[in-house]
Design a protein around this ligand. Structure first.
Ligand code: ZN
Length: 310
């Protein structure tokens, strides 16, 4: 991560766009992604390799990847739910594939119709494919519903850590924890990421927090306090999970960047240009609500961000 303190991974073009009913046009997506990159975001999850009949919002993902690959300095990431999706993602040229693995047994069956053990086998197959056909590309797992599940309720912490260890043993580069359903609280975040880091060392990955109950920033700060340095966030707080009813809104990128920069931590993101990047998002999704407290309130009087590191 060289000179930066924090890596913000922008997941709006995937987690956000797949969760809204409208489909953003390809040209609008590309303009938005250009603006995100121009703001200094260094990692962007640009889409999901799922069949277009399941998620028409992602039908153009290969084209979006091809475009994002032309932007200098950007790690282009895409989600793949299975081996077939990962194959398509590697073929499109992504730098990094992220695989969702449900920590909750019930969510796993509902979301991908597989047990968690079967998903670990799928992860192993993706790592094998990477080693054979796309060496140098990165594979990460995001453990969804790691902090609670709308179907089964609590998810035992021992099971989360057990599953993370299984995924690491299957050969992935990183395992992160996702609060898919917005049920996490800061004490739980501290406990689970502390255990994750103890178990996985430098394979412990990102915090992916949702703001469903208003605790997104508090949970990110709790994760930061126990050593997490990569955070997923979504511009305007778009996003959620179709299998987690009521779960809406990733932590807002604009607010997260403001929090860290105000603390004196360097994200590499130019907050003024980040706020400007809301315009192409709004243009591409007319009528869709965009969230964020910093965008509403503006920057505090006299507050200036130090010049961005480039
Ligand atoms: Zn999410």
């Amino acid at each position: 991560m060289n000179t930066f303190d924090i890596l913000i991974s922008e997941v709006g073009p995937r987690d956000g766009l797949q969760s809204v009913n409208a489909t953003m046009g390809t040209a609008d997506k590309l303009l938005w992604i250009n603006a995100l990159a121009a703001a200094g975001l260094r990692e962007i999850e640009v889409g999901s390799f799922v069949p277009a009949r399941l998620l028409p919002q992602m039908a153009d993902v290969a084209e979006v990847v091809r475009h994002a690959l032309t932007l200098p300095g950007i790690t282009v990431m895409a989600l793949a739910p299975n081996l077939r999706g990962a194959e398509a993602a590697f073929a499109a040229g992504v730098h990094k594939v992220t695989l969702p693995v449900s920590a909750s047994a019930a969510h796993s069956l509902a979301n991908v119709r597989k047990t968690r053990e079967a998903m670990v086998e799928e992860v192993r197959a993706v790592v094998h494919l990477r080693d054979e056909q796309a060496p140098g590309k990165r594979v990460e797992v995001g453990l969804s519903t790691a902090f609670g599940c709308t179907l089964q309720g609590a998810v035992p912490e021992d099971e989360v850590i057990w599953l993370a260890a299984q995924c690491a043993a299957a050969g992935v580069d990183e395992v992160g924890l996702s609060d898919t359903t917005g049920m996490a609280n800061p004490a739980q975040v501290r406990r689970l990421f502390t255990r994750l880091r103890a178990e996985l060392g430098d394979k412990a990955g990102a915090a992916h927090m949702h703001n469903t109950r208003g605790l997104g920033l508090a949970n990110c700060l709790a994760a930061y306090d126990v050593g997490v340095r990569t955070f997923d966030a979504s511009m305007g707080g778009l996003g959620g999970c179709p299998y987690a009813p009521g779960a809406s809104g990733n932590v807002v990128t604009e607010d997260l960047v403001f929090m860290f920069e105000a603390m004196g931590l360097r994200t590499g993101v130019d907050i003024n240009r980040l706020l400007q990047a809301r315009q192409p998002l709004a243009d591409g999704l007319p009528g869709e609500p965009l969230y964020g407290m910093t965008p509403q309130a503006g920057l505090p009087k006299g507050w200036e961000q130090p010049p961005p590191l480039r």
